[in-house]
Design a protein around this ligand. Structure first.
Ligand code: 5GP
Ligand code: ZN
Length: 111
């Protein structure tokens, strides 16, 4: 828990949010500023500021194995997953999160 971290506050329910998924290790919730008709974030409950702090494959296993559970319930089979690492890559919240976006066409390469 990092007391300055907005996503720690969300994960700890200090900020009320409508979780679309929660288990012992991760939570998922809709992005405040969606970039697609479906845009949610999956985060570990423990604080890691970015991918550079992840030394343990379990953290990403927990996050990524959650995504198809959520998308299947939503009836979504095609989606974009994004992890921004560092400010120049577009990271603005320094608690690791995976973006899941769907409901429109996505171009490649990402901007
Ligand atoms: P990043 O730019 O770090 O990859 O993504 C951070 C994301 O978090 C952005 O898409 C932004 O809209 C979202 N975000 C920032 N603050 C909040 C918040 O308080 N609540 C929610 N639900 N999303 C947030
Ligand atoms: Zn945090």
């Amino acid at each position: 828990m990092n007391s300055d971290c907005i996503f720690c506050k969300i994960a700890n329910k200090e900020i009320p949010s409508n979780f679309i998924y929660e288990d012992e290790n991760v939570v998922a919730f809709n992005d405040l500023n969606p970039q697609a008709p479906v845009h949610f974030l999956v985060i570990p409950k423990n604080h890691y500021s970015s991918l550079n702090e992840i030394k343990d494959s379990k953290v990403f296993g927990d996050i990524f194995s959650t995504i198809p559970k959520i998308t299947e319930k939503m009836g979504i089979k095609e989606y974009r997953t994004v992890v921004n690492t560092g400010a120049s890559a577009g990271q603005t919240v320094f608690h690791i999160h995976v973006h899941v976006m769907a409901g429109r066409e996505f171009t490649w390469p990402a901007g």
